[in-house]
Design a protein around this ligand. Structure first.
Ligand code: HEC
Length: 92
């Protein structure tokens, strides 16, 4: 029984570390198509709990940290998270 719990804990730790490696760590998209998709996701998802923040509110590096807290709240997919990040820093 203990072994099962330990295995489950190990598996979920493993999954968490995989999810982390998917996280946004820097710019990726530059095409205007991806950036405008990022803008749409941002405008539709980031004003549910508060007013839309100004993209200039944070530096590129700070947006990595803030957006990794907000993307799960807005239930963004990793790709949407990336597009929103690239949109924000393109406005910065
Ligand atoms: C489910 C609700 C919710 C959604 C959706 C949400 N936020 Fe937030 N946001 C919060 C709360 C609560 C705070 C204040 C507490 C905190 O800072 O964690 C906050 C604070 C902020 C702040 C100010 C704090 C800081 O570090 O500057 C920014 C900027 C921000 N959110 C950006 C965003 C962006 C961008 C999105 C879209 C990806 C988003 N939020 C979506 C709940 C949400």
């Amino acid at each position: 029984m203990k072994k099962t719990i330990l295995t489950a804990a190990a598996v979920s730790l493993f999954m968490v570390s995989c999810a982390r490696s998917n996280a946004v760590t820097g710019p990726k998209y530059t095409s205007s198509e991806k950036l405008s998709q990022g803008k749409t996701v941002f405008e539709n998802s980031c004003n549910k709990c508060h007013n839309l923040p100004e993209p200039t509110k944070h530096t590129d590096a700070e947006w990595i940290e803030t957006l990794s807290r907000m993307a799960p709240r807005a239930k963004l997919t990793p790709d949407q998270h990336q597009m929103v990040y690239d949109y924000l820093i393109s406005q910065n």
